[in-house]
Design a protein around this ligand. Structure first.
Ligand code: GLP
Length: 241
């Protein structure tokens, strides 16, 4: 693992954007695995800036997102599709027909997950997978569990994730209880992984991910087994290491 310690969130966002931009420049028709949450917002802002300055071209890029809340459609303000449109896709020249997010409106979980796995396979595989980290060590929506999940699956969100994500909703009751997420194997199949982590609240989880045992109880710990991971984290997130 390659660990880059940044002074703060601003520097983290610039460093992470530089890695993602390098991927797009070196392989213009790459497949990007993208993530949502507050961690990548600054990184996406930097990418939009670079696109507007004429430094980046997304026209041949394909993207697959990690996850989506079950029950939320593209028009819901808190759906991850909406997040991606507002934070990146609407501001760059990516072909939106080649941007994919699990179908939150598909009520049949098996179908939604199988369809998404087929789609990922059809892209030819992810070149660079971006990840944030949940307070409980989750990646995507792979919550702590007894075993690592393989492909895309439907998860019941843990109380701590509902608590952490309620800030985006009017009330805790409105946070969906289930989500579709790429599995650990899908994530680990990416050629390269970029993990971004910011803030003191993530310090404990990041320590467990980087230095603890590899265990499905801390889903991110599996990244210790991936051959090409870049971690970009700020001083606060790395403060326990
Ligand atoms: C959500 C997402 C994850 C994300 C995590 C951390 O649960 N499903 O993909 O990494 O939250 O989010 P944040 O960056 O807002 O702390």
């Amino acid at each position: 693992m390659n660990i880059c310690k940044t002074k703060d969130y601003e520097e983290l966002s610039r460093r992470a954007a530089a890695i993602l931009a390098a991927q797009v420049i070196l392989k213009p028709n790459c497949v990007l695995g993208l993530a949502t949450g507050s961690s990548p917002v600054g990184m996406y802002e930097n990418l939009v800036k670079q696109y507007k300055n004429g430094e980046l071209d997304f026209s041949q890029v394909t993207s697959v997102n990690l996850d989506e809340y079950k029950g939320l459609g593209p028009d819901h303000p808190q759906s991850y599709r909406k997040f991606m449109d507002s934070n990146l896709f609407d501001h760059v020249n990516i072909d939106k027909t080649r941007t994919f997010v699990p179908n939150g409106l598909e009520p049949d979980s098996d179908k939604a997950c199988k369809d998404y796995d087929c789609l990922i396979a059809q892209t030819g595989g992810v070149d660079l997978q971006l990840l944030g980290l949940g307070n409980n060590g989750h990646i995507g929506f792979n919550e702590p569990a007894d075993a690592f999940a393989c492909g895309t699956h439907c998860v019941e969100l843990t109380p701590s994730t509902i608590e952490a994500n309620k800030r985006f909703f009017e009330s805790e009751d409105e946070v969906p209880r289930y989500a579709y997420t790429m599995g650990i194997r899908s994530i680990m199949c990416a050629k390269k992984i970029l993990l971004i982590v910011s803030g003191k609240a993530k310090a404990e989880a990041l320590k467990a991910v980087l230095c603890g045992p590899v265990t499905p109880k801390v889903p991110g710990s599996v990244l210790q087994l991936h051959p090409d991971v870049a971690v970009v984290a700020d001083e606060e997130a790395l403060s326990l290491l």
